[in-house]
Design a protein around this ligand. Structure first.
Ligand code: PEP
Length: 252
């Protein structure tokens, strides 16, 4: 397998799961991740647990962060949590544009772009999630969809804002379904995304970490991560099972 020089990530997305006791056990397992110059282990968790993570991960290389941030900075926006608040708790990561936010909570491409900008402004590493539905794949418009999702962000914050960010390709039909994109299917879209970004800025395109998400397991991670343009994974369900999550990390 060729040695890749881009930074590589395995990031767990706990979604609406967890409790203090179960979190403690999972975090304990994550502590095996040692500092590595190019490999990052991270978890994106529900907001109330930031304090717990701040304590549990204080001396570790494991990064943590939010599953979403507000498009607003501050003010009369009941229920919102700003990127700056997230950063105050030692968070370094923020998912934006997860397909569940897009589908269930109405996050449009424009809203996602605003959230991306807020995360950047707060000094977080945004992980911009893009991906097509099964209907869009069957209609042959996968590339059109992911290009549109990335373009909305580039138009809002400029291509330079992608430097230091992370992209996650998550086909909607593979999320939480047990149906993983084949390594070849995923590589095709990752390769497209990299060249799409490189058309705007060659250096950013070649250094941008692009993670795959959608039913990643320890049994399929190595083959996915071995693809030339796949720089790790964004992991939902399997990130809640210590043995699975660590198996995926070991495959990076
Ligand atoms: C996700 O929520 O980002 C995800 C990829 O979920 P799962 O791994 O469960 O498909």
């Amino acid at each position: 397998m060729p040695i890749k020089t881009r930074q590589r990530f395995v990031v767990g997305n706990w979604k609406l799961n967890g409790n203090l006791a179960a979190n403690a056990a999972l975090l304990e397992a994550c502590l095996v991740a040692e500092t590595h110059p190019r490999k990052v282990l991270g978890v994106c968790v529900p907001f109330p647990y930031f304090g717990q993570l701040q304590l549990a991960l204080a001396k570790s290389a494991v990064r943590y962060g939010a599953q979403d941030v507000s498009r607003f900075d501050q003010g009369a926006f009941t229920g919102e949590v700003s990127a700056a608040m997230v950063a105050e708790f030692g968070c370094q990561l923020a998912l934006v544009g997860h397909s569940e936010r897009r589908a269930l909570f109405g996050d449009s491409d424009e809203v996602v772009a605003e959230k991306f900008g807020r995360a950047k402004q707060a000094g977080l590493t945004p992980i911009l999630c893009v991906g097509e539905t099964i209907a869009e794949r069957e209609a042959g418009i996968t590339e059109v969809v992911v290009a549109r999702q990335v373009t909305a962000v580039v138009q809002k914050v400029g291509i330079e804002a992608l430097a230091g960010a992370v992209l996650a390709y998550e086909p909607v039909w593979a999320i939480g379904t047990g149906k993983t994109a084949s390594p070849a299917q995923a590589q095709e879209v990752h390769g497209f995304l990299r060249s799409f970004v490189a058309k705007h800025a060659v250096e950013i395109g070649s250094t941008l970490p692009i993670l795959y998400g959608g039913s990643v397991r320890k049994s399929n991670a190595a083959e996915l991560f071995g693809q030339p343009d796949i720089d790790g994974g964004l992991v939902g369900g399997a990130s809640l099972v210590a043995d699975e999550f660590l198996g995926i990390w070991q495959a990076l």
